[in-house]
Design a protein around this ligand. Sequence first.
Ligand code: ZN
Length: 373
Amino acid sequence: MLFRLSLNTPKFEVFRLLNAELLHFLEHSLNKNDFDRGLFTQGDIGQSCWDNARENDARATKDLTRDKFEKLFIALNQSGEAIKRQLFEAMRDQQNMRDFFTAPNRDLLLFLPQPCFVALKKVATHLYCATKDLGPIIAASGGSDIMSHFNAFRAHAVNGNVCKACGMEKLAVFRAGVVDGDQWRADYDHQLCKSKYPIFAVHPDNLIPLCDVCNQDAKKAKDLFRDSDGHERLTFYPFNEEAKELISIQFENLRDPEPTIKVRWATRDDELLNKLDTWDEVYEIRNRVEGQFRSLEAIIEDEISPMDQAHLEMRIRDEARPKSIDTLKRKEWAFWYQKLFSVLEQIDMSPFIAKWDFVQQQASDGGDYIMND
Ligand SMILES: [Zn+2]
């Protein structure tokens, strides 16, 4: 994460209860041969999972919540008590997400036979994609659905509307004249993707709203703890670690016609470097920033539109001033542009300014030409 999550980030009660339901189910499947209502919690959440079944819903063409649980139960029973116990204990003992990020167990579910893993993944995916939106589940969780949770998450007094992973995009555009429940919302990212870590599919600390670019274009199902070549790596825990103090912007070839802007890491700590590299690879941070900053000339024209050298220098000083926390929560790219201008303030820009005068002169000559034509 570029910015850690706010301490007052609300937990989504529906996820908390569905996560507890899955754990309860695995525990009560031990030493049991029949699939029945007793495998679910006694209250309304258990009842809602039980009631959400094909036989209760004549319109259903696909398996619903209870049916998916039943298939998992059958697969588990076929693999024996030892496997059932190991799965229950794996989930029970890994509920502290912060501990998991500190000492990740990358092969947590490797012991699970393939049919069990597939059935577990189907339950987990269904809980996340479908069960969480069922009316009775929302009612049993205090009436707050995912849209209300999203609105609470991105409230200005909490995290604000800028993506915490990149700082480059809004979570979702806010529309005036539209009630809270009908606003657009960002998708929730599974930090530990549900295809590899299905037992965390509805863990409330594993689900974070991120911008579409981070979640859908860049991250997809990448494993935070192992790169695509299978090498182990570490990653920032979103609730208490962040990259914002560990970044520097550098210029290369400032005397060239088009200087190059690079994002670099401002630390020598091996563990932090490892986490920064993971963050960069997962969300394509450097590619995106360096892509946005590929033309210094265009940035100066777009952000400053200088009248002369004195105006340019004054405006760079302005833009280099640190942004308030409020601005960083509201305005996408604010962190990155401030970083860029604070470096520009420090370096000798005279070669670039000479060129800028030239370009400006050309532009006004071009204008004259068109007017006189
Ligand atoms: Zn983002």
